[in-house]
Design a protein around this ligand. Sequence first.
Ligand code: MGP
Ligand code: SAH
Length: 474
Amino acid sequence: MDMHQNFVESSGPQSRLYVFNQIFEAERNVNFGRYLELFQKIYEASQQNSFLEFWTTNGDSIVSEEYWREHEGGQKSVDSSETDPIICENSEKADYNSAENNLLWQQYYEKIYVEQYQVFAIIFYEYYKHLHKSLEAKDIESSKCTVNDQNQLINESIVDEFQQLQLLGLPTSFGKNQRNNKTNTKRETKQHNICSGFFSDEEDYSGIMDTIDNPELQVNNQKDLNDIEDAEDKTSIYAIKKKTIEKKKKNRKLRNVPEFLLENKGMLKYWRKRFSLFSRYDDGIRLDCESWFSVTPEKIAIHMADRLACDLIIDAFCGCGGNAIQFARTCKRVVAIDIDPIKISMAKHNATIYGVADKIDFIVGDFLQIGQHGQFQSDVIFLSPPWGGPKYKRKTDYDIENYLQPAGATKLMEIAKTFSDNVVLYLPRNAHIKQVVKLAGEGNRCEVEHNYLDSRLVAITAIYGENILKSKDL
Ligand code: MGP
Ligand code: SAH
């Protein structure tokens, strides 16, 4: 729940990436409290080290970026082939060779350094709070988790939300309270629009669609039935909003928005950050509904690709290519798999825009099936499976054994290991950390990376396999 999060800045393509990592050992009974105690003891040192690492990679580009913004009004663009933003041709560098200019530059550099350290400290504190909360979370008995347990988990997160609203003195319910089973109406809606059901106003209803398709869940999952009702409560408001959006179409800002995004207001936020998803979006990037909310933002994909550079990498759930395209920059060869042929064709197209299509072998296939056959070995395998739609964030602790698709984390790991010992899993920010650590297997280590864009925690990346772990320990 991000209700109390303070956002420092969030600014499209120029948002900054902050990565914090922590190595855990999957002992028989991991004492997570020990990690917290240790973290508290060395909080400041850890913050300083992390900043140093951040500054070593990004310092120079941040200083020039800030300089051009303040002094030259220079236009900056992000070249996807570079980690750092580059300066456009109209922004020629000043002469810093003279002693006077050198001193000015040094002073300026220090000023930016201090400013950035202050921002970094706030984000690091957010990270600490998040880690603290995750490590204190109750264990989830995954193997025994039934539909009813899932409901309980979902309800817990609702109680959480409800209490927070009460504490803030905000309204705790909206619309009428009747709860009828209107699943048929919803099914029709699904047929009309591939994205509707995922979103309505600020909310999304992706899980509801799953419920409708699964008769067992239709009967048991009262929470989802309530959601369906809520979704329908909003239909009339939704219709008015839709009109407003259509009017806004004339607005310059909303030009060239794909039609299906306009029809689902919840999708517009993804369109607004299109350049942070693909810096070359305007060159003709193609995305379908699921990919809009699933694609890895480019800066995170670039970072992962730099981190996992190797000869052969498998992107087992490649979608429209957010990760695969960046892997192709740093790895000799990429095998990109997706079950959906439309996504594979979009991924190919997008890779062509980035000039890397010839380095990727695209395969339409089911990862669960492909894993059954004796196959080739890769250096690294990267998994970014579906999380169950944007609704994933409603859960306080996301159960990676029960909510990931098309199978639980243990099953996915088992299959991934047949390809490589080095497995990387892109997971929701609310993933249950204890499960993530346990997945390493007793006696092994794993690294948990928290990926922030500005002060927004976007996702966590779990890294397994001694060869790719950072040597750094807490
Ligand atoms: P988000 O939480 O839907 O966006 O997804 P945001 O803006 O953080 O939401 P807000 O409500 O907090 O403002 C954040 C990121 O998670 C996306 O950019 C994707 O990279 C990733 N992501 C989200 N989903 C639902 C999936 C998914 O199903 N699979 C994968 N692999 N990644 C996802
Ligand atoms: N990392 C990608 C987004 C992945 S979204 C990016 O940055 O662009 C998850 C993808 O998993 C979806 O495209 C979905 O079609 C695919 N998928 C779902 N089940 C699958 C399966 N059984 N085998 C392979 N791919 C699957």
